[in-house]
Design a protein around this ligand. Structure first.
Ligand SMILES: NC(=O)CC[C@H](N)C(=O)O
Length: 310
């Protein structure tokens, strides 16, 4: 089936689903997003891009930014990053603190909040928060070939006002010596990266380097093939927190979710797919987004656990 028809079919079906999950409401600007929204975009390896539904409406990418922050942190310190953050699934909620005490301030992986704060700390070294935020914004703009991507300052401010749990995580990690920059600077940068607003189209374009062995069609070589493979591996095992196993079971693709309701999924060598539907399941991942990706990967035979076809 042609991609456009497949996406249009899925978007039409998603419109009729009544159990859409719960929109994140820990800050008003997320809580007020219409749960009826649904968008999907798919960029293929041969350079075409297909969309359906609200694919051009920007939303808060939230934890999907952790993929870009990890890429930048690895670019800065390389594999030395792995002495400060692990690469095992946590089996815990995205904002959990429990493992940090037993594991002496080394977060389980870069895709839970604790691990992302360490990546932000690495990325921040030698920069002011403003410069670091500018760098991540330039990075995603280059990947998506789109200079209109911005930080939603209202979301960033509310994250800061309500960021007690993240402040606790950052201070706790700092107490083990695993943050080197001032805690407030790390938090400010982290809140701004979470508050980047992107559409499904922009996100699918930005994710192309992960399906193309580290090379972005617009921005050139971003990471080596080995690093792209490893980032994909961590997305598969850790990208959906304590639902990462379920996502691998149902969708079978590396993916990273955010509480804004977005998911970026990567079919290596085949496609970069972004979906958005603001209602979340119990683990804080987009309910319809997961369902839609399940449909895409089944229809196209793109699960990485499918037999390789020509
Ligand atoms: N899962 C998420 O998207 C979490 C991001 C959110 N800004 C937080 O730090 O709590």
């Amino acid at each position: 089936m042609p991609y456009d028809d497949l996406l249009a079919d899925i978007a039409a079906d998603m419109r009729t689903v009544t159990d859409r999950g719960r929109v994140a409401d820990y800050i008003p600007s997320l809580g007020s997003v219409d749960p009826a929204r649904f968008g999907i975009a798919l960029c293929t390896a041969d350079g075409s891009c297909h969309v359906a539904g609200d694919a051009d409406l920007p939303f808060s990418i939230q934890s999907i930014s952790k993929v870009f922050a990890l890429t930048l942190a690895l670019g800065k310190v390389g594999d030395a990053l792995w002495s400060r953050v692990g690469r095992e699934p946590s089996g815990s909620a995205f904002n959990s603190i429990v493992q940090l005490e037993r594991e002496e301030g080394i977060p389980r992986n870069p895709f839970i909040n604790a691990g992302a704060l360490v990546c932000t700390d690495v990325h921040l070294a030698g920069h002011s928060p403003r410069e670091a935020i500018g760098e991540i914004l330039r990075f995603v703009r280059g990947l998506a070939d789109d200079n209109d991507i911005v930080v939603d300052e209202t979301v960033a401010r509310s994250e800061q006002e309500q960021g007690f749990r993240n402040a606790a995580l950052a201070n706790y990690i700092r107490s083990f010596g695993n943050l080197q920059q001032p805690v407030d600077a790390v938090l400010g940068t982290y809140f701004h990266q979470c508050a980047i607003a992107m559409s499904c189209r922009q996100l699918a374009l930005a994710g192309r380097y992960l399906m193309l062995g580290g090379r972005s069609p617009g921005a050139g070589r971003i990471v080596t093939p080995q690093r792209a493979r490893r980032i994909n591996a961590i997305m598969l095992t850790c990208g959906h927190y304590d639902a990462s196993g379920d996502f691998a079971f149902r969708v079978g693709l590396p993916g990273k979710s955010g509480v804004g309701g977005g998911i970026l999924a990567v079919a290596p060598g085949r496609g970069s797919i972004a979906v958005w539907s603001p209602g979340l399941n119990a683990q804080g991942n987009s309910q319809l987004g997961t369902l839609a990706l399940e449909r895409v990967s089944a229809a196209l035979g793109w699960s990485i656990f499918d037999p390789v076809t020509a």
